[in-house]
Design a protein around this ligand. Sequence first.
Ligand SMILES: [Mg+2]
Length: 410
Amino acid sequence: MKDSDWSNVIAHVDCDAFYASCELVRYPQLKGRPVCVLSSHHAIVVAKSYDARALGITTGMPVWEARKIAPQAAFLAADFRYYGLMSGKVFSILRRYSPEIEIYSIDEGFLDMNGVRSLWRRSFLQLADDIRLAIRSETGLTASVGIAPTRTLAKMASEANKPDGILVLPASHIDRFLYHQAVAAIPGMGRNRTALLRTLHIHTASQFACMDEALIRQLLGRQGVTLKYELNGHPVLPLETIPSLPQSIARTASMGEVSGQRSLLAAHLSWHATRLVSELVAKSLLAQRIDIFLTLASGETNRVDMVLEVPSNSLKRIMGVVKEGLMRLFRAGERYRGCGVVATRISQQRSATADLFGLMQADCRQTTLMQTVNQINRKYGDRTLSLARVQGIRPRQVLPRFCYPLLIAR
Ligand SMILES: [Mg+2]
């Protein structure tokens, strides 16, 4: 392998059929059966194992249709908390191989591998295999690994050899690889762009990579030109190693009943606010605006925006504005079906500057308390510790729209 092959090195690691594979790790007795993971109302298939896909089950398919195709399949309720824990395990393995990591999605990440080869004294093929085997032995999941000079090529490489595969793509092999890839296989090339290129008789990634730059710019804009460079092995897209801040974090739900009771709304809003604060604390984030809304029986929504004195993740401060919001919104005699709390103007806790009156310092003590509550609830289950006023409400019953035997995974 020539050094000119690796002026830049990016790895892309992608777990195979992640949600369904997580369920197979938890329920090994399901091995050999197709597995479908269902949406929150058990109406739609949101993920499936390779066996289920081979039978023709697709993501988004209604469960009754999937059940007709594969009556022998296991249908499971999605458990995103568990998938999050498994994802954390996968990324902790990836961090061993590179300090520079982009968490692209719950089961996909990019690794900056520049300099890593000499550190480990292993070839890129060996490193890719090490990563794959570590994920398999430590989590029970399989993953595919692509290594290439750009992130676009690395993603295409891992995709090309799925499941449980490896593809290492040095610069000198790019042309041959692209020759066998369809335009639709290029990440970021949507259906419309693919159709547009087809009218110009551009069918393969190789044909696209050779297209005139001015023509690409005219047809697809700057993003198209970026893809051309990336496909030719010139890195343009950097890894986003610092995750971007969310625009908003929301905790909302129907109450499971229609009620005009103010105390019931207060209990549900307290529960939403507690979960919202718990997420802000877990991610070391602060919010400065809290939107509170109530949904009437008619479906109409009333909302109020409350601005906090300082950016905060303090339960006391956020509960204070939620209570005030409820006071402003609630009308006696009206009947309500749902409510919610949304945090916006979100910032990183570590980049916050102290305010003149020491309000933020006081909030910090609350953060420590909430971290302890989070730890206890994570260990012993949701609501082991919660506010007294929340204890009165029952967790919302999830009513399966279709009465098929479900293995509820919690
Ligand atoms: Mg995946």
